[in-house]
Design a protein. Structure first.
Length: 221
């Protein structure tokens, strides 16, 4: 069997920001990555949808505050019309409404503009692989928000999760990546992924951000 071509491995990315002074340099920097092709840039949510329609697009790096159509509405529309396109939010805003609005609309990642190039490319790659990445400030804010309304321990989870699945969920709730979970539990990353897939299916968890919320609500984190 022949090796996959380099182009087949590259993620097709749209960079959306209403400020050209941010959008164009960011697109240029991301384009230097060996596994990322910036296929379009967009100044508003409407242009994002146009780019997705022209496709194919794997990931949109999405600003939130844009004219015509903001990033949250654009993310919601993408989730409905182009569910194969992952969204990573990159914004200056880390307030509760922005974070919960974006994640609720279907964003797989949320970064603030303090993030460096490595953080951004890591989040894009994770989103392209179906995973979620939240930067530390956003994760702390999300944890604090959910903790203020956490119900009784165990209430948010089905009873048929195994002890190991609960353990994995607890570590996700603490913000630990798969590699860290594997090291903590002395198991392989492949086994961690299997536990995550199983517990997500059993508990109806949508993505990693939802898993953090559910872990906190269940009193596991």
């Amino acid at each position: 069997m022949s090796e996959p071509t380099q182009s087949a491995q590259r993620l097709r990315v749209v960079v959306a920001d209403d400020q050209a002074a941010v959008r164009e340099p960011l697109a240029a920097v991301l384009g230097l990555s060996e596994d990322i092709d910036v296929v379009a840039t967009a100044a508003d949510g409407g242009e994002v949808l146009t780019a997705a329609a022209a496709g194919p697009v794997d990931v949109v790096l999405m600003d939130l505050r844009m004219p015509v159509m903001d990033g949250i509405e654009a993310t919601r529309r993408l989730s409905e019309e182009y569910p194969e396109v992952a969204v990573v939010v990159l914004t200056t805003f880390a307030d509760d409404d922005s974070i919960l609005g974006a994640l609720g609309a279907g964003a797989r990642g949320y970064l603030t503009k303090n993030a460096g190039r490595q953080d951004i490319t890591r989040a894009i790659r994770a989103a392209g692989a179906g995973q979620s990445v939240l930067d530390r400030e956003v994760q702390d804010r999300l944890l604090a928000t959910v903790r203020t309304r956490a119900p009784v321990e165990g209430q948010a989870l089905p009873g048929h999760l195994t002890p190991r699945e609960r353990e994995v969920l607890a570590l996700i709730g603490q913000g630990m990546p798969n590699r860290g979970i594997a090291e903590k539990l002395f198991i392989s990353e492949a086994t961690v992924k299997t536990h995550i897939n199983n517990l997500f299916a059993k508990a109806g968890i949508r993505d990693r951000a939802d898993a953090v919320r559910r872990a906190i609500e269940a009193g596991l984190a």
